[in-house]
Write a protein that binds this ligand. Structure first.
Ligand code: DGL
Length: 279
């Protein structure tokens, strides 16, 4: 079991921010990444659809005999974690709880801002996770849909990104937050812009980094740390790999090649005792 890979999935290229942190913080682990590029974005889709996509992505990775599932996508994490844990007999780690924990640990004025896709913000997953840890913290949320295409366009530090950040974040700044959770895979790329707009008084919480740190927990508890030398991660996408290789290379900071194109149609989601209904 320890020699098996860790499976990571995202709606597309954004989850590479999580993979990158995992490569840095867990250099001994072998990683298999799936980007559902044929169906991206998840952030504008209904919870029911995102749940179905997440189950199919997890089924694909589970058929590759991974020892753990990491849901790098915030939108998928915000709606699918209980169902994934129910269907797959594997430890499942999402990005919401690690980000929430860090935010609770660092806020001093107990006012936290959360930004993410429309789906993540509508789900209320971050405020729920923060309030489960500390019900007295005030949470203010804002969807920032333009940040995803700006990051993919390579415009994370462009003046257009700065203008968009000023518009999106003004209401959060007015609330006097001292902590901002970057609740979307792409937002770590905008850190410089966000720091410029928010100022030094606001701590930025990078869910990608916190998730990589949290993955170590179940590996340690179950004695699942890999003992032999890992290979370079394997990358799968559901569309042709061209764009993923180009944009992903800039996200990872290293050229990406050998990305394999797959079809999730054949992936079988194991049956479960419970049915998950989502409005
Ligand atoms: N990966 C998504 C997330 O973190 C952003 C891109 C999308 O909307 O699919 O929420």
């Amino acid at each position: 079991m320890p020699e098996r890979a860790i499976g990571i999935f995202d709606s597309g290229v954004g989850g590479l921010t999580v993979l990158k942190e995992m490569m840095r913080l867990l250099p001994g682990e072998e990683l298999v990444y799936l980007g559902d590029t044929a169906r991206v974005p998840y952030g504008t889709k209904s919870p029911r659809t995102v749940l179905r996509y997440a189950l199919e992505a997890a089924a694909f990775l589970s058929e590759r005999h991974v020892k753990m599932l990491v849901v790098a996508c915030n939108t998928a994490s915000s709606v699918a974690l209980p169902a994934l844990a129910e269907h797959f007999n594997l430890p499942v780690v999402g990005v919401i709880e690690p980000g929430a924990r860090k935010a609770v640990a660092v806020t001093r004025c107990r006012k936290v801002g959360v930004i993410g896709t429309e789906g993540t913000i509508k789900s209320g997953a971050y405020p729920r996770a923060i309030h489960a840890l500390d019900p007295d913290i005030e949470v203010f949320s804002a969807p920032c849909p333009l940040f995803v295409p700006l990051a993919e366009e390579g415009w994370a530090e462009h003046r257009i990104a700065h203008l968009a950040a000023e518009e999106y974040l003004a209401p959060l700044l007015q609330r006097g937050i001292d902590t901002l959770v970057l609740g979307c895979t792409h937002y770590p790329l905008l850190k410089t812009t966000l720091r410029n707009v928010m100022g030094d008084g606001v701590e930025l919480v990078d869910s990608a980094e916190e998730t990589a740190l949290m993955v170590a927990g179940p590996l340690r508890e179950r004695d699942l740390f890999r003992r032999s030398h890992p290979a370079w991660p394997r990358f799968f996408v559901t569309d042709v790999p061209t764009r993923f290789e180009r944009v992903g290379g800039s996200f990872l900071g290293t050229p990406l090649h050998g990305v394999e194109s797959v079809d999730l149609d054949g992936a079988v989601v194991p049956a479960t005792r419970a049915e998950f209904s989502l409005r």
